[in-house]
Design a protein around this ligand. Structure first.
Ligand code: PMT
Length: 210
């Protein structure tokens, strides 16, 4: 085995509450992020997994921090990262949250047909001083959008997936991804299980850090 590395991984969705019983979110199940955590721990690396609300068991040997909202995920990430770590952002973080959250369940008569939103922090962009790997969930112009995000967020690599494709993206047990580097190089992988994709990502991180 190569030198053990220190992985910090975000996974799953975030929830942004409108009132105690309603929230904005997305279909992420955490499968991709948990697979990376499992693969990295199996290969002997130290892993901290920051998980949004998902129904998955913690992989063996992984330290897990549960969060709900994007701001909680951001705080947990700032706490967990260090200059020697590899930060892998698999989570589907809500970009927006309701400006206010009611303390009691809103009655239908109290609900407006407009929800005012404010931007959430961009966790991946804001973290600095470590090796950063991002994911890009795209529906169109996959390579262009992912390459832009890779450069804008100062990443060592971004893993692009077309979430409209069968057997890829949200909730599936398989994924088809392309590794994209800041210099424009791309490495497309065939469709495979999320665990197999995860092993390839961990190996790529080992190479980046060697
Ligand atoms: O969880 P699964 O059901 O297995 O699904 C896997 C997946 C589809 C969620 C995963 O493969 C994936 O694509 N994750 C990234 C989803 C996403 O939010 O992509 P994005 O293009 O919107 O964001 C780009 C990158 O910035 C991502 O690494 C994201 O984690 C990060 N980000 C985005 C917004 C934000 N406010 N903070 C962030 O850190």
């Amino acid at each position: 085995m190569k030198k053990p590395l220190n992985f910090v991984i975000t996974a799953g969705p975030t929830r942004e509450f409108i009132d105690p019983v309603r929230f904005l979110s997305n279909p992420s199940t955490g499968k991709m992020g948990f697979s990376i955590a499992r693969a990295a721990a199996k290969l002997g690396h130290k892993v901290t997994l920051i998980a949004g609300p998902v129904a998955l068991k913690t992989p063996s040997g992984v330290e897990r921090v549960d969060v709900v909202s994007a701001r909680e995920m951001f705080n947990a990430a700032k706490e967990a990262v260090s200059t020697d770590c590899i930060f892998i952002a698999t989570a589907a973080v809500a970009d927006w949250r309701p400006k206010t959250c009611a303390t009691k369940k809103l009655k239908k008569t109290e609900m407006s047909d407009v929800i005012k939103l404010v931007r959430n922090p961009d966790i991946l962009k804001s973290i600095s001083g470590c090796v950063k790997i991002g994911f890009a969930a795209e529906t169109n112009d996959v390579l262009e959008e992912a390459t832009r995000k890779c450069r804008e967020k100062n990443l060592a690599m971004i893993v692009a997936n077309d979430v409209t494709e069968e057997g890829a993206g949200f909730g599936t047990d398989t994924n088809r991804v392309v590794f994209i580097y800041p210099d424009g190089r791309t490495m497309p992988l065939k469709k495979m299980s999320k665990l197999a994709v995860a092993r390839r990502i961990v190996r790529e991180c080992e190479n980046i850090c060697s």
